[in-house]
Design a protein around this ligand. Structure first.
Ligand code: ATP
Length: 370
């Protein structure tokens, strides 16, 4: 029996959670080959009976296909039980994304304030900082992320992993992306009721093959509703980023959205506030600032949420054009001022996330009360 052949066999076994093979994912430890015995430890991010059984069976099958006489002993271990912070925390019974270190919800009080624009550009700037980032567009009523990333009209594929259908995210600019817009037509979203739509978001969290990631950025629908509730009932949300424009009216709605995260049984920490459309800068006068919508909305919201102003994004034509053209503003190398503003937001989000993970335990998943 050759150890290399056994390693090769195990490299054909796919982790149903991440889509990676067990060797690439570094899940096989202490491999011992003493013919006819083959034993090893499988390092698992979760210990659901179903998941353990699937992998055990797949490992046995792969090794027996090469050495039919082998006696295969698989020991299952769960180092995640001692991991700290992020959305990992303690042993969570059924965390569907144990391999995602931080889940960040981008929220706003009302539509049109630029929440999706912030989600997309924040994700790309975090990626530029060296993080592995994914994007989930849960804005069921106005999924704009497919257009912003040039993915409109494309559909994710479904593939069976150990007999169970799994959805494979699409990729844009190196990032895995899922959007309700890939599966629901805008006219359909309006007639489908909230619980149905939040079911789709839950499915995207539980049944997608998300790769291991540092951040999953989730673009929420505006306001408070079923999707927000379903999110905090499905995964441990590391923190929320609030988006507002400087106006009083936007601020009043943003405070309502903020309060939802602070509900006693929700308790998602607010990482900070992005103030969007802070001032207007005409393309031909890049040093000019016209405060069309007033001032200080972001600062006030940061104070009220006991967090920080993560950054201010100007209202510039290139951001809207980039969004419409599928080339997000952060990727526009000619617009240095805007790029810098997005990078500042990303650095602050990374810093606040690290600080939050240092200081607080993982956010508990909200229990579903029946
Ligand atoms: N700073 C900005 N400068 C110029 N245009 C912007 C800016 N931020 C957002 N926009 C544009 O405003 C429109 C609305 O933005 P976006 O879709 O991000 O808002 P939203 O809050 O996610 O809205 P909804 O929840 O309704 O989808 C888009 O056309 C976008 O390109």
């Amino acid at each position: 029996m050759e150890t290399s052949k056994i390693v090769k066999a195990l490299a054909t076994v796919q982790d149903p959670n991440t889509g990676q093979d067990l060797i690439t994912a570094n899940m096989v430890l202490h491999l011992k080959v003493e013919p006819p015995n083959v034993s090893f430890t499988l390092q698992l991010p979760k210990l659901d009976a179903d998941y353990k059984q699937q992998l055990n069976f797949a490992c046995q099958e792969a090794i027996l296909a090469v050495y039919p006489q082998a006696e295969v002993h698989v020991h299952m271990a769960n180092p995640g039980a001692t991991a700290s912070a992020g959305q990992g925390g303690g042993p969570q019974k059924s965390n569907p994304l144990p391999h995602v270190r931080n889940i960040i919800a981008v929220a706003s009080g009302k539509g049109g304030v630029g929440k999706s624009t912030v989600a997309v550009n924040l994700a790309l700037a975090l990626q530029d900082l060296g993080a592995v980032v994914g994007l989930l567009d849960a804005d069921v009523y106005g999924p704009s992320i497919p257009t912003m990333l040039g993915l409109q009209g494309q559909k994710p594929t479904v593939e069976k992993v150990y007999g169970k259908p799994k959805i494979k995210p699409l990729f844009a600019y190196g990032m895995p992306v899922m959007s309700t817009g890939f599966v629901v037509e805008p006219e359909q979203a309006v007639v489908l009721r909230g619980p149905r739509l939040s079911g789709i978001v839950r499915q995207f969290l539980e049944e997608c093959v998300w790769p291991p990631m540092d951040y999953l950025i989730i673009d929420l629908p505006p306001g408070t509703g079923d999707v927000q509730l379903s999110l905090v009932q499905t995964v441990s949300v590391t923190g929320a980023v609030l988006v507002t424009t400087p106006q009083e009216v936007a601020l009043a709605d943003a405070i309502k959205a903020m309060n939802m995260f602070f509900l006693p049984d929700v308790q998602v920490p607010v990482l900070g506030v992005v103030e969007n459309m802070s001032w207007f800068t005409p393309a031909e006068l890049p040093d000019h600032k016209y405060f069309l919508f007033g001032k200080d909305g972001g600062k006030t919201l940061a104070k009220k949420s006991n967090s920080m102003l993560l950054g201010q994004i100007p209202l510039v034509q290139s951001i809207r054009e980039g969004g419409d053209a599928g080339l997000p503003a952060y990727l526009n190398k000619e617009d240095a001022i805007t790029r810098e503003a997005w990078m500042k937001v990303a650095k602050n989000v990374a810093r606040q996330t690290a600080l939050r993970n240092e200081l607080l335990a993982a956010t508990p998943v909200v229990e579903v009360k029946r």
